[in-house]
Design a binder for this molecule. Sequence first.
Ligand SMILES: [Zn+2]
Length: 297
Amino acid sequence: MKKWLVSAGACVLVLAGCGDGSEQETENEGMQVTVSFSILADFAEQVVGDRGTVEYLVPIGEEPHEYEPVPSDFQKVSDADVFYVNGLDLEEWLSGLVQNVGDVPIVELTEGIEPVPLEGEDGADPHAWLSPELAHVYIENLVEDLVERDPEGEEEYRENADAYLEELEELHEWTVEETDQVQEENRYIVMSENAFKYFGRSYNFETDGVWEINSHEEGTPGQINRLVDLVEEQQIPALFVESTIDQRYMETVSDNSGVEIYGEVYTDALGTEGSGAETYIDMMRHNVETIVSGLTQ
Ligand SMILES: [Zn+2]
């Protein structure tokens, strides 16, 4: 657990002698942070706290692989002090955006995470945030970058990050305990997009989907039949659907395999207001509870 906490010993108080400089900063508009999608917005807000504002581009309910930026997105990015993205090829639409936003620094928050390759395709899977075991890397990258850009806020950023890293550690330990209930032969997570690979690597689950990644979404009869065969062969007890994806593909898999869709999970966006999944931690608690109860029924 200790290694997840940002070392307090590394905290150099550059504010020393400046009195209440931090209060002056918050009277101004503070740091303007823009991120690519809603889950990164929650991470950034946790660290930025009262020292600035956080905006995100891809609206909740849409998935971040194939997004078409609207005019206000260009504004949000060009007005920002920094633009945080996931990286690992998630934001495939990024190149068209960044040519038109000036020289805003773009920082990838998955730096340091060992990529899981896509199956049968070139490239890395981007869904590292879906493993609570890896979420701390996003926060560590955020805090180091924010401290570099806004050194006067160092103490505040590190305090915010340390508090949140403790919550993430609790989420990880809880996830280990919960997932321990699932029998070895039932440790298989199946939904439309094969998005739980990092989660599977952390908590020992096999994963599969109608397709590998949403940007290559097809849902062809061949893809559906392959998944139906797998569900039958592996005797998978429950299927899941994502909040951001047309559910008809998994309904076909369910109809053809006779295995029920147990519930909805959040993969590429936070939940909408009132969903109980409006934050990363609540979203992952919902996901783990849904997956564990589906696979232990
Ligand atoms: Zn996705």
